[in-house]
Design a protein around this ligand. Structure first.
Ligand code: SF4
Length: 70
């Protein structure tokens, strides 16, 4: 799968620390999100949310559907 680009969907960014979204909280990132499906390689992995089914997301990434618990 290709790597997601910033803005792929749901205000996604590859580095959550770059986000200025009102819902973003420091420390929130794909690798500790409930939708994270695990790393595939080099810090990129799957996301179970349907909006990201066609791409890999970055472990340090973030989107506005973040749910703690990954
Ligand atoms: Fe990352 Fe979670 Fe958003 Fe998927 S749902 S892109 S794992 S923050």
């Amino acid at each position: 799968k290709p790597k997601a680009e910033d803005g792929h969907a749901l205000d996604y960014v590859n580095n959550g620390a770059d986000s200025t979204h009102e819902k973003y909280q420091e420390g929130n990132k794909c690798s500790n999100c409930a939708f994270w499906a695990g790393e595939e390689s080099g810090g990129w992995g799957g996301c179970r949310h349907p909006q990201f089914s066609s791409v890999l997301v970055n472990a340090e990434g973030w989107c506005n559907t973040y749910v703690p618990g990954g």
